[in-house]
Design a protein around this ligand. Structure first.
Ligand code: NAD
Ligand code: 89Y
Length: 339
């Protein structure tokens, strides 16, 4: 299976490492408007075909899928060009800048008969996946309350300076993952209420968001995110969980400790992710999930299956992001039907 990658920036090297490790997959072409980044990635990964223009790359072809690793503003034109070129697509989050673009991208891939998956990788982190699997297996009965929490003071602006510049920040960049985990755990959402705050005066967007979700299945969840939390130990980039069910509780605590209490028993497991050979702490958690989600994409292509985090599925995560911003702006609960 041959692939191409567009966007050789901060995060793409994780994706390139992960593709290199997947059996039977080769990245044969890369593209970036920035010649320095293009050549750095090309030299590191030995990629011969290098392009500054994605349309020229699609015109030359010679690959089965494209991995779009650029930031959101370029996603719609690139997904549409990929669909027109007749290749399968994996696209980074945030999938799109608004719902209209996201729906158009899903429609373009459907019309072309190509698979479109969003690189929504946090639900694929092995510690989070262990919690999802335990919950789905009924380990604590029927859940009725959940807290999905990501609080950190890690300097994400150093590697991703654009995060400090946008009018929107934490919900669109990070909260999107945490909201997606809430969906994976508790199902679809009927209404959301959100409040946001900017604590760091050096950035333009919000760096704190607290969201209350009403899920169709009856769970109430709190999704809270912060990049203004100065604490020791620093837990970046761990997502912590507290879930109450009719038969017990599940906790994913700092240090990747998963505790399930039910039927009078308490079991704590170490669910720390491995540090892959090309990974480094503290990013190893996210890096492992990149390898897992890309393997999932390849498995789905080979077996003709729809990826769990398909473009169509991700419309519901993106709708939560949009609804959260609307709720915070208007100071009211927002029904997802409004999206
Ligand atoms: P970046 O700005 O460092 O890199 C993006 C690269 O894309 C740049 O080199 C830029 O020149 C190139 N580019 C942009 N538009 C292009 C176009 N039309 N044609 C060719 N090249 C183009 O960004 P980043 O920090 O690597 O983030 C990329 C995406 O990955 C973002 O959407 C971000 O949210 C996401 N991300 C995801 C995770 C995760 O865990 N899933 C983590 C970090 C970043
Ligand atoms: O861009 C973000 C992401 O997707 O995961 C963590 C991050 O790099 C900074 O918030």
């Amino acid at each position: 299976m041959k692939g191409a990658l567009i966007g050789c920036g901060f995060f793409a090297r994780n994706q390139l490492h992960a593709w290199r490790d997947i059996d039977g997959v080769e990245i044969v072409a890369i593209c970036d408007r920035d010649a320095g980044r293009l050549n750095e990635a090309g030299d590191q990964f030995g990629t011969e075909h290098r392009y500054s223009d994605a349309n020229a790359m699609f015109a030359d072809g010679g690959f089965d899928f494209v991995d779009i690793a650029t930031t959101a503003p370029s996603h719609r034109p690139l997904v549409e060009a990929a669909a027109k070129a007749g290749v399968h697509i994996i696209c980074q989050k945030p999938f799109a800048e608004n719902m209209a673009d996201a729906r158009a991208m899903v429609a373009a891939a459907e019309a072309a008969g190509k698979v479109l998956m969003v690189h929504e990788n946090f639900r694929w982190q092995s510690a989070v996946r262990a919690a999802i699997d335990a919950l789905r297996s009924g380990a604590i009965g029927t859940p009725f309350f959940g807290r999905v929490s990501f609080r950190s003071g890690y300097d994400v602006y150093a590697g991703q300076p654009y995060l400090a510049e946008g009018k929107r920040f934490i919900i669109e960049d990070l909260g999107i993952h945490i909201l997606d985990i809430a969906r994976a755990l508790f199902g679809e959402v009927s209404a959301i209420t959100a409040s946001t705050k900017r604590v760091n005066p050096k950035i333009n967007g919000e760096d704190v968001a607290t969201m209350l979700l009403a899920h169709h299945g009856g769970v109430t969840s709190v999704v809270d995110c912060s990049y203004a939390t100065k604490r020791d130990p620093e837990t970046f980039p761990e997502t912590l969980l507290e879930i109450d069910g009719t038969e017990g509780t599940l906790r994913l605590d700092a240090g990747y400790r998963l505790t399930i209490q039910a039927g009078g028993k308490s079991e704590t497991r170490d669910v720390a992710p491995p540090v892959l050979p090309w990974a480094e702490r503290p990013w190893h958690n996210i890096q492992e999930s990149v390898a897992i989600i890309q393997q999932h994409f390849v498995d789905c292509l080979r077996e003709g299956l729809v990826p769990e985090t398909s473009g169509a599925d991700n419309l519901n995560t993106l709708a939560l992001v949009e609804a959260a911003y609307l709720s915070a702006a208007e100071g009211r609960s927002v029904s997802l039907e409004e999206m």
